[in-house]
Design a binder for this molecule. Sequence first.
Ligand code: NAP
Length: 249
Amino acid sequence: MSKPTSSAIIFGVGPRQGVGAELCVQASARGLHVFVNGRTQEKIDAIVETIEAAGGSATALLADVTQPKQVEAALAIVEADARPLELAIYNAGNNRPEAFLDVTPEVFEDMWRVICFGGFVTAQAMLRLMLKQQDAAPKQSLLFTGASGSLRGKAGFSAFAAGKSALRMMVQSIAREYGKQGIHVGHVVIDGMIEGEKVRSQFAEYLDAKGAEGGLNISAIAQAYFAMHDQHKTAWTQELDIRPYKEDF
Ligand SMILES: NC(=O)c1ccc[n+]([C@@H]2O[C@H](COP(=O)([O-])OP(=O)(O)OC[C@H]3O[C@@H](n4cnc5c(N)ncnc54)[C@H](OP(=O)(O)O)[C@@H]3O)[C@@H](O)[C@H]2O)c1
């Protein structure tokens, strides 16, 4: 693999069988140096090792996306690197389906902090750096992970949908403000269950009930982000929705 001349940062990386990790691995395969952010050292170290074992290069960045000082410190490491950032992705998210009357104020707020506030904190940090590097970067994309809850509030998903829909609106504002400055700001609505470790470990019966190909494949999901990143400036997609062919919507 030739030496990367530009980089990607992915916020919200967990297990290898997850969207965050898959985005990192595919970004590296496309020749980018990858900054792998998460809040669990062992998980992000494992992804860095996977990338390096395949001949790529990556740096682990431990930062809780809800903590502005930690995010700032992570971005300082990215800035100190000689390579400009061409792709930045906010993927952190959590979920906890629950009857509305059982949602505590703490759960509601925590859900919003990770899904929406973290998107705000990291987007400001990533944009500030991208604006400084405009002359050096070959192109610049800032992408966010959405979900069914970005578009509609299903029963049992009140806190999740409140966070994801607010994130979506914030992303639209950023797109309208910074698109004109050459930064492709996009939102990917993942409308269905992901065939990955998060759902497999907690809700396997729901995935199994959908049958073969009932969940979204993580490699195929990541390809959607890169399809957006590859678009020509005169034909940008602001939002993409993806779902399994058998999903009701
Ligand atoms: N799973 C689904 O079926 C589904 C469906 C539609 C949309 N989505 C969305 O898709 C995205 C990825 O989902 P995924 O299930 O594949 O998960 P994933 O990408 O494997 O993992 C996301 C990682 O974000 C990390 N994270 C959570 N809170 C964080 C924080 N405060 N600071 C830094 N990192 C944090 C978690 O790390 P730790 O593991 O270390 O806690 C988690 O593993 C999420 O935005 C999710 O809302 C998921």
